[in-house]
Design a protein around this ligand. Structure first.
Ligand SMILES: Cc1cc2nc3c(=O)[nH]c(=O)nc-3n(C[C@H](O)[C@H](O)[C@H](O)COP(=O)(O)O)c2cc1C
Length: 184
């Protein structure tokens, strides 16, 4: 079993990205992983924007990253890249905060024009932070995510299948990382 930090970088209170992540968390939990959700928007804005490395909430977030074997990093596409909110937290983490960790990058966006934002924008940042293995990510169109009355989401068939595949690949990669970590 691996510990997974499921990190949403949307500033929206009604975020589709965050809901999508919580939906996928359930699949990872069912596969035996311990999933810890974290919405960056719940961290204090002044600490994020003022680079307050020693704020208790930032210290806690840093500890959650340290304790995780893997991370799901989800962001809405903003101006053809990841959200500034996500970056504000990543900037407060140590340079190699992702060393030894497996990462699943996910994005939601309004147009397929930016379907590659994960690869040209997010992936290089995760890589620079030392991630051991960044598995195949997925971009989901916002119109393919329907918010249900209970606050959950349903995902359009094609997108749902692709997401299940990348989550399962991430889960398998986690198993490998955890075994290696136990052996060393
Ligand atoms: C400020 C802003 C900028 C956006 N820029 C883009 C963009 O460049 N490309 C894109 O595909 N979608 C863009 N969108 C649409 C969002 O990425 C999309 O609706 C996403 O699913 C929102 O996720 P959220 O509900 O988790 O915040 C933008 C939305 C906002 C509010």
């Amino acid at each position: 079993m691996a510990t997974v930090l499921s990190l949403s970088g949307s500033p929206s209170a009604t975020s589709r990205t965050a809901r999508l992540l919580r939906h996928l968390d359930a699949r990872l939990t069912a596969q035996g992983h311990h999933v810890v959700p974290l919405d960056v928007r719940t961290l204090p804005a002044a600490a994020l924007l003022g680079a307050d490395f020693s704020h208790p909430a930032i210290v806690r977030a840093k500890a959650l990253v340290e304790q995780a074997d893997g991370l799901v990093v989800g962001t809405p596409v903003y101006k053809a890249a990841y959200s500034g909110l996500l970056k504000s937290l990543l900037d407060l983490l140590p340079q190699y905060a992702l060393a030894g960790k497996t990462v699943l990058p996910l994005a939601t966006g309004g147009t397929t024009a930016h379907v590659l934002a994960i690869d040209y924008a997010l992936r290089p940042v995760l890589s620079s932070m030392g991630a051991a293995h960044i598995v195949q990510g997925w971009f989901t169109l916002d119109k393919d995510i329907t918010v249900e009355p209970d606050g959950g989401v349903s995902v359009a068939a094609g997108a749902a299948e692709a997401l299940e595949q990348v989550v399962d690949q991430f889960s398998a990669a986690l198993g490998h990382t955890t075994v290696l970590a136990t052996a060393s």
